[in-house]
Write a protein that binds this ligand. Structure first.
Ligand code: HEM
Length: 270
């Protein structure tokens, strides 16, 4: 392949030299169990639906004429919101089960990666993102600790959304199950209006998180060649067989050597 045929990005001199491991020995390693992957995608779809319908509930973008009972527009959006909320809770139940039944990358302790070594790795990750220099990135087989902190924070944020959501939902039936089970939420937050404000403010976490998350997984796929996007479908990721990893020894996990040829976008540095 000649330089003319390569993709424009790979033609930039600084990109050519920094593109790591364009060819070589990789190891395929199975990381993410089916329950985790299913809960990931159910939660992702539910969250998109929840944010969209939630924003409509707070500020309807369009109004319809006539009696509400003849079109029931807001009612339909609210129904979609509560249905997506139910799917989100189901995804949460699967994830909580997998916090106990999953492997070491999926279990409870993985959610709290604050060891001295990991904190150092977080700074290196930040530096690598800020300087767009993948060479200084520490190697992890599972999530790097910075990503893990982001995911754990989203779990906390989502728990807050579910509790405030069900506290509001319960108001339609005072004395009923949801009203009683979530009565502590308005009590802690100082009233229903504050519950609504917290529910609204926290909802903006999701578009912010989605933008950063999607950018970083695509960046990681392109620079590290690990197939991180497809790992959420297949459960497996590719790592260089010659790297040392902060979070595991490759030999301790089910893994398959995977030798690749030259990558089509790779150009030998001059
Ligand atoms: C993380 C996911 C969620 C997001 C992003 C989200 C977003 C929103 C937003 C933006 C609003 C409008 C608040 C306002 O009036 O200013 C809202 C309202 C509401 N949400 Fe959620 N929500 C989520 C999860 C849930 C869940 C799990 C439930 C549980 C049933 C729920 C129940 C409600 C209720 C009852 C309302 C008020 C509806 C009304 O006033 O008619 N939400 N949501």
């Amino acid at each position: 392949m000649t330089t003319d045929q390569v993709k424009p990005l790979a033609r930039l001199p600084w990109f050519q030299v920094r593109l790591p491991r364009a060819r070589g020995d990789f190891t395929w390693i199975y990381l993410w169990g089916a329950p985790l992957r299913v809960s990931h995608w159910v939660a992702a779809l539910s969250l998109v639906a929840l944010f969209g319908t939630g924003i409509f509930i707070s500020q309807p973008l369009w109004v319809t004429s006539g009696e509400a009972s003849s079109h029931f527009l807001m009612g339909r959006f609210r129904f979609a919101h509560f249905l997506a909320g139910t799917f989100l809770v189901m995804a949460g139940i699967i994830r909580v089960y997998w916090l106990f039944a999953g492997n070491e990358f999926e279990r409870w302790p993985a959610l709290w990666p604050f060891t001295r070594r990991n904190i150092r790795a977080m700074f290196l990750m930040l530096k690598s993102y800020a300087t767009i220099d993948p060479k200084i990135q520490p190697h992890f087989v599972g999530h790097n600790p910075l990503a893990q902190v982001a995911y754990s924070s989203i779990y906390v944020g989502t728990t807050i959304m579910i509790c405030t959501g069900f506290a509001m939902y319960g108001q339609s039936n005072p004395g009923g199950f949801f009203y009683t089970a979530f009565a502590w939420v308005p009590a802690i937050l100082g009233g229903l209006q504050n519950v609504r404000v917290v529910h609204h403010l926290f909802s903006w976490l999701y578009p912010i998180f989605f933008s950063i998350h999607i950018y970083l997984v695509i960046r990681s796929d392109y620079l590290e060649r690990g197939g991180v996007v497809s790992s959420m479908f297949t459960g497996g990721t590719y790592v260089s067989s010659h790297d040392e990893f902060e979070d595991c020894d490759l030999g301790d996990h089910p893994s398959v050597p995977w030798h690749t040829g030259e990558h089509p976008t790779w150009v030998k540095p001059q």
